[in-house]
Design a protein around this ligand. Sequence first.
Ligand code: CAA
Length: 420
Amino acid sequence: MSKGRRVFIAGGALTPFIGKGHPDFIWKRHPDFGVKENPTLEVMLQQAVDGAIDDTGVDPERVDRLYIGNFVGELFCNQGHLGAALAGTHPAFANKPSARLEGACASGGLAFLTGVDAIRAGEDTILVAGVEVQTTQSARIGADYLARASHYSRQRSIDEFTFPALFARRTKAYREAFGVSEEDIGHVAVKAYGNANKNPLAHMKSRPMTLEVAGSANDRNPCFLANEELNPYIKMSDCSQVSDGAAALVLVSEEGLKALGLTEADVVEVAGVGHSVASLYTDGDLTQLTTTANAVSKAYAAAGIGASNVDIAEVHDCFTVTELMMIEALGLAQPGEGASLTAAGGTAIDGDVPVNTGGGLIGFGHPVGATGVKQPLEIFRQMKGRCGDYQVSKAMTWGVTANMGGDDKTVVSLAIRNLN
Ligand code: CAA
């Protein structure tokens, strides 16, 4: 961190991310339909918090403050006031400061940043969680809820599937500007599902994806927008999943680290953060994520690194084109060259800079409020060799994340250092 006290991630836990397409997710065609229910928001949050306590061995009494990321619990689950829900996950949390942060799909990132600020302000142990349960409604109704992350009065009418349409618009602009083909972009989906197939916690752990299916529209992979101009630019396989899930982790100061009985070799350091927000009311260059680039540059500057130092990244691939623009915003590829880097395997698990090794938002899943907490936890898990079949084998010193709310509006980026 540029100033102030050092901040470490001591460990954490994730629930499985589930939804349509996951073998354990109960819906119409599942044998348990009508017999069992899917886990609720409360159950998922509890599971992640219990897992984070187990993983770090933290004494809940020692937790100074708690923060939670969630976007629209009120709409999907009739439940707001999630700071109090987080306080309810352990008796020792009663009367501690606990609050929810909201910044659309960057809600988890904001909860993480607030935890970092609390440590820098003098606290020693912070619990950060993120949760979203979205499968209580159809994808179509869910799309209306998620459209609250756009400027609703101006942008909702673009299509009933507002966010897929906003990113179809970006895909069109990107392809026209850089001469990138549909098949080129298909490589992102193939990588995402391929990585998810190695990840037991991933939403798409059991769904295969080939370039034949992802590379052009077909019966198994249709374009689905009603907006005729944008329809050809987004297919099912280009989209992140409508997932349920939760993540939780423990942030500590140097004193907090000692209290846990851990050494620096057990943890990773949050060495730089970047937080940038653009106006909800205007749109910028459709071919670039300028707010993301701004947040990333702040994280790099605070950590004293640049793109050439990055060993691994977790980026916000809410759609396939977004991953390409994200890796360009991180400086891992020149504008328009993200697709060729991906097709050449540069971002694969065994590539130069592995990106979204567990499957990203497309393969691992996107329980909106959990995503910005999952990202740094995934970097931690990779750096500490905990990723099983999707473990990166090379040594890693620097990891970078980018968590995005709305259409490049609220962005949180982290530069994370492995301490051996
Ligand atoms: N042919 C044509 N259309 C078809 C079709 C076919 N064979 N199969 C499905 N469709 C269309 C239909 O219109 C269908 O709607 P109806 O059910 O109302 O008829 C629609 O696709 C959805 O179909 P399903 O319900 O069968 O599909 P699904 O539940 O698997 O959803 C998805 C697929 C629509 C792509 C869904 O996964 C989705 O919406 N993903 C994107 C989620 C999203 O936008 N998240 C937010 C990302 S943006 C971000 O991260 C930033 C932020 O702040 C929000």
